[in-house]
Design a protein around this ligand. Structure first.
Ligand SMILES: *Cc1c(COP(=O)(O)O)cnc(C)c1O
Length: 410
């Protein structure tokens, strides 16, 4: 590493300086142009020029490094990839157009007909659709298991199992899996362990350090953090990421440079945001637990949460997602949602703005009723993504929701 690079903290994927996550979030992966701009440059260009036919040939063949075409190489996207790879402690990251395209690209790149996947029941609804409907069409079978139950994971493994896929904490119930023990199980059978780290972000949990092979993000959520862009990223060892990159290059689910630039800016404040999300969510979860109309609150930071101890051990914070069941059914849940005034009714999460959603009829609406029931997504369940507004204002808004339920004709 040259002195100038060190001076400017152009921290590559393997940091030369031993930096903390908050610093990596702000400094890692930055490559300055000859203009020496302080903030990351946005390269809004679909293609790049060559000085000669010879250089064009070398670039296309991959013999000389450099940009060719923004479907698969763009400096702004590369900066985002390098930054998130450094934060997750992975060798390489590949950015994609969305969280779902990150999941699909990983599967297409690393699975083949005849392979089998074991997946947690409580993953993002669309992830279930991908495994149940689309991968099945191409001969990849999937077995769903209860996220925290190690014995179920072990029992579901077949000779052709190639991948274990999970989210921890899960959406929307915040169940927690023991990543280290699952990684031991996966390694002993030569199976890839893929963790969707969307809810924690590398600020609160680094699955690769716990033995996972691949980390996936929907960058749309906390990595952006202000609800502006859709994007995704996959992080892991060079050898596996080369496969994912190969699919990106041909298949084309590309992250736009503009979105990458927004995500770079989002990452810079991820450290402070995540700490504030955790603090607000803890206060709201405790408050909800004391409300008479609440049947149950799901938040890893509550001692009542079945995996509270594991979450405390594995994560450096419990995150911003709080789910709860209201006494009653769909009618009460919808009444509650409609009774709020400040909180946004939207399926998005991980935003500075607090959001509320009814998973059974939105995010998990396309999941079969049986699968939904097994995953605990009941009609009286609501998911809050706690933002960074004043907790007092949020409590007042939630109180409006409870008041609307109480005022309903019986
Ligand atoms: C939103 C989400 C996804 C999908 O990401 P998109 O960016 O919406 O495609 C995947 N996993 C989890 C946990 C999510 O919350």
């Amino acid at each position: 590493m040259s002195k100038r690079q060190t001076r400017n903290c152009e921290v590559p994927v393997t940091p030369a300086l031993d930096l903390e996550i908050e610093t990596l979030a702000i400094r890692a992966g930055h490559e300055r142009t000859h203009e020496l701009e302080h903030s990351e440059a946005l390269f809004l260009t679909s293609s790049f020029v060559f000085n000669s036919a010879e250089e064009a040939a070398e670039r296309f063949s991959g013999k000389s490094p450099g940009n060719v075409y923004s479907r698969f190489s763009n400096p702004t996207v590369r900066m985002f990839e390098q930054r998130i790879a450094a934060m997750e402690g992975g060798e390489r990251a590949v950015a994609l157009a969305s969280g779902m395209s990150a999941i699909v690209s990983t599967c297409i790149a690393l699975l083949k007909a005849g392979d089998h996947v074991v997946c947690s029941r409580s993953v993002f609804g669309t992830t279930v659709v991908i495994f149940e409907k689309y991968l099945k069409k191409f001969g990849v079978e999937c077995t769903f298991v209860d996220l925290p139950d190690l014995q179920q994971w072990e029992a579901a493994i077949q000779p052709n199992t190639r991948m274990l896929f999970l989210e921890t904490p899960s959406n929307p119930l915040g169940e927690v899996a023991d990543i280290r023990r699952l990684s031991e199980l996966a390694k002993s059978r030569d199976i890839l362990l893929v963790v969707d780290n969307c809810f924690c972000t590398p600020v609160l949990q680094r699955p690769l350090e716990l033995g996972a092979d691949i980390v996936i993000h929907s960058a749309t959520k906390y990595l952006d953090g202000q609800g502006r862009c859709v994007g995704g990223v996959v992080v892991g060892p060079n050898q596996l990421m080369e496969e994912v990159y190969g699919f990106l290059r041909s298949g084309g689910p590309t992250m736009s440079p503009f979105n990458a630039w927004v995500f770079l800016k989002g990452l810079e404040v991820l450290g402070v945001r995540m700490r504030a999300h955790c603090e607000n969510a803890q206060r709201i979860a405790e408050w909800l637990e004391a409300q008479p109309l609440v049947e149950k609150v799901f938040y890893g930071g509550l001692p009542s949460h079945p995996q509270h101890e594991l979450a405390k051990q594995q994560q450096s914070g419990f995150g911003g997602i709080v789910s709860f069941r209201i006494k009653g059914g769909r009618e009460e849940a919808w009444r509650f949602i409609n009774g709020t005034r400040l909180i946004s009714i939207t399926a998005n999460l991980g935003d500075v703005k607090t959001t509320i959603t009814h998973p059974a009829t939105t995010t998990h609406g396309r999941v079969s009723p049986e699968a939904r029931a097994q995953a605990g997504i009941t009609e009286n369940l609501m998911r809050l993504s706690i933002g960074l507004e004043s907790v007092t204002d949020l409590q007042e808004d939630l109180a409006r929701g409870f008041a609307a339920v109480q005022a309903a004709p019986k």
